[in-house]
Structure formats: C-alpha cells, structure tokens
Ligand binder design. Sequence first.
Ligand SMILES: Nc1ncnc2c1ncn2[C@@H]1O[C@H](COP(=O)(O)OP(=O)(O)OP(=O)(O)O)[C@@H](O)[C@H]1O
Ligand code: SF4
Ligand SMILES: [Mg+2]
Length: 354
Amino acid sequence: MRETREAGEVRETGGTGATGEKEDKRQDVILSVKDLSTSFFLREGEVKAVDGVSFSIRKGECLALVGESGSGKTVTALSMLRLVVWPPGKIKSGQVALDGASIFDLPMKKMKSVRGKGMAMILQEPMSSLNPSQTIGRQIQEAVEINQGITGEAAKRKAIEMLGVVRIPSPEKRYYNYPHELSGGMKQRIMIAIALSCRPQLLIADEPTCSLDVTIQAQILRLMQQLRKDIDTTILFITSDLGIVAEMADRVAIMYAGQLIEICDVFTLFERPSHPYSKGIMGSIMAMKDGGRLNIIAGDPPDLMALPAGCKFHPRCEHCQEICRKEEPGYSDLLGDGSHWVRCHFPLNKAGAL
Ligand SMILES: Nc1ncnc2c1ncn2[C@@H]1O[C@H](COP(=O)(O)OP(=O)(O)OP(=O)(O)O)[C@@H](O)[C@H]1O
Ligand code: SF4
Ligand SMILES: [Mg+2]
C-alpha cells in the first residue's frame, strides 16, 4: 500500500522491507522507529541516505547512533522530526512512534509541539541554531513559555535557573548576552538549556561537541551525564567518536551506508562485536590517534547513489564470501532475546571469530 503525505513524504505502509528490530514489546519503550527510508533525489540520481532503519529506545536510556561521516545519522534524526525538506529529500517509508503515538500520521501543524516537548534536538553546529539578534536568555525563556505553560517573570526566572543548570556563570547577567558574546562551549550549553527547557520526552544530541576543543568537549559531556542523572532524560546521542560512546551510552546502533548493521549494549560492542565492520572499528580504536574517530578502516564507504549489490560492506570486508556479493543480509537476533541484532550473513561468534 502507498500513502502520499505533505512535505514530500511518500511512505509505504504494510511493506516487507528490512525489519531490523522486531516489534519491541517492552513497556518502557519511548521511541520506536521502523523501516525508515529517506532519499535525496538529485539530477544525478537517488541518494539512499537512510535505508530500512529500525530501532527503539527505552525511557531513561541513552542510545548512541554511531557511523562514519555520511552514513546517515543526521538524516535519520531529521526524518524522525519530519524535517527533511522536499525537494530533494523524501521520507520514502517507515513509521516513527513516540510514546506509542505515530508521528508520521500527525498533521504537519501538530509537528511544532512534537519538536520540543516530544523530541528536542541539539544540532551539530550551535552557531547556526541560535538567533543572533535575540538575547540568549530570551531564547531560553521562549522555549519555557511555549513548552511549560508559564509566562512573564516566572518564565524569565525559569530561564535564569536553566542557565545555572547548564553551569553558565552569573546567570542573571548572562541572560542579557547575545550569542556572539559567548564562546563556542557556552553557546552549546545554551542549546542544551533550550532543549531541556522543552522538557522533551527524547533529547536528540547530534554530535553536540564536535566543533569544540577537547577540554570544553569533556565539560559538555560531563554536564550531559550529570543532567541524565538529575533529570532522567532519554537521549539519542549521535556521534562518530567511540570514546564518547563508551562514556555516555547504554546501547549502540551502528550505521553503515544508510543501514543499521548492529545494535547491542555498549559492553557487548566493545567486548565481542559481531559485524565485521563493528569489529574493524573496535579493533582499530587502540591505534587511533584522532580522538577515537572512525576513519581508519581500509577502503572507502560506498557511493550512496551507486550502492554495491548484496551486503553494502562487502567491498571492504575481509570475510566476504560469494553470497555476500549477491544477497543483502537480513537481521539476525543473535541471542534470541532481541538484545543483539546484526545484519551479516556470517556474524562473528561470541569469541569474535567466524
Ligand atoms: N540536502 C541534501 N541533499 C543531498 N544529499 C544530502 C542532503 N543531506 C544529506 N545528504 C546526503 O545524505 C547522506 C547522509 O548524510 P548525513 O548528514 O545523515 O550523514 P552523517 O552520518 O550525519 O554524517 P556526519 O558524521 O558527517 O554528520 C550523505 O551522503 C549526504 O551527502
Ligand atoms: S554479509 Fe558478508 S560481506 Fe557483509 S559483513 Fe557479513 S561477512 Fe562481510
Ligand atoms: Mg551528521
């Protein structure tokens, strides 16, 4: 069956695409993404940025979405928020449910309240997200007013309180600062304050520290960990830095060429990864000189406009066999309890060997 949506969304429903995580029946699932596919239709061809992605997040959990640059992490998050712009972007298929309510079935005008109270996103680049002509205090206050139903002095007091929560010194004075008067690290704290002021059910942090120097990066990560403890926030943490994954996440979903290729808890990923790509990135972590970035596996990621047949990773995989070149692997539930999914014809066994 095919449905046509506003904003360039054309979704297949009831299809039989890659399933990824099967129906997650756990009571505490806050977000579920099923079979999400998003493409960009350029003159040169279709860029399959997200291809049959499925995962879920439990309340209070931090799931890291990890992958090389261009693997589709940001487009996955933008699709969840229906922020993919047509032309050239189009959500081709999939379902996203937040606390059981289907996001893609909502009228577009209702999305404004989902983007904030439902899912708030901290973007990769804080500079472009803040309004340069409005004080940072006022910008936080607006988020408070829209999402917490308080106005005037009470909202202002709340905004100042939020500046304190994200450890901005002298919050009463800083309330009146404009974005250009703050450092990069402070601006990213303001973005976190705005996102938290929405009291979101899910906080999406898209590489929130990648433009910051190492010391500030560590401060922001510590702050987010503290906030997680204090406010019990559910987080989708997008990163290509495995050091950050180890520090922040409970579970990890690894993305390659628009697809999720492995989902498991952090300990399992570090101890016994099952996809050859995951094993490659974990093996290389010891040799990394670049702060843990995933950039030293031999070969290049595929061109998303001309993907290889069969397994997308096969041209780079040292375990590739005949079937890998022809047939795309489905997902295996390695332990039979839904805790460890891998998309490979020959998943590595627990000892890490084929
Ligand atoms: N507006 C667009 N038009 C055309 N292609 C796009 C557009 N936005 C994203 N893409 C393509 O979609 C693919 C996935 O992009 P995405 O931004 O999700 O990658 P990413 O995993 O977030 O990478 P990074 O780690 O560099 O942020 C890339 O090949 C990118 O070039
Ligand atoms: S399916 Fe084959 S080529 Fe792909 S990762 Fe598994 S072993 Fe390697
Ligand atoms: Mg990105």
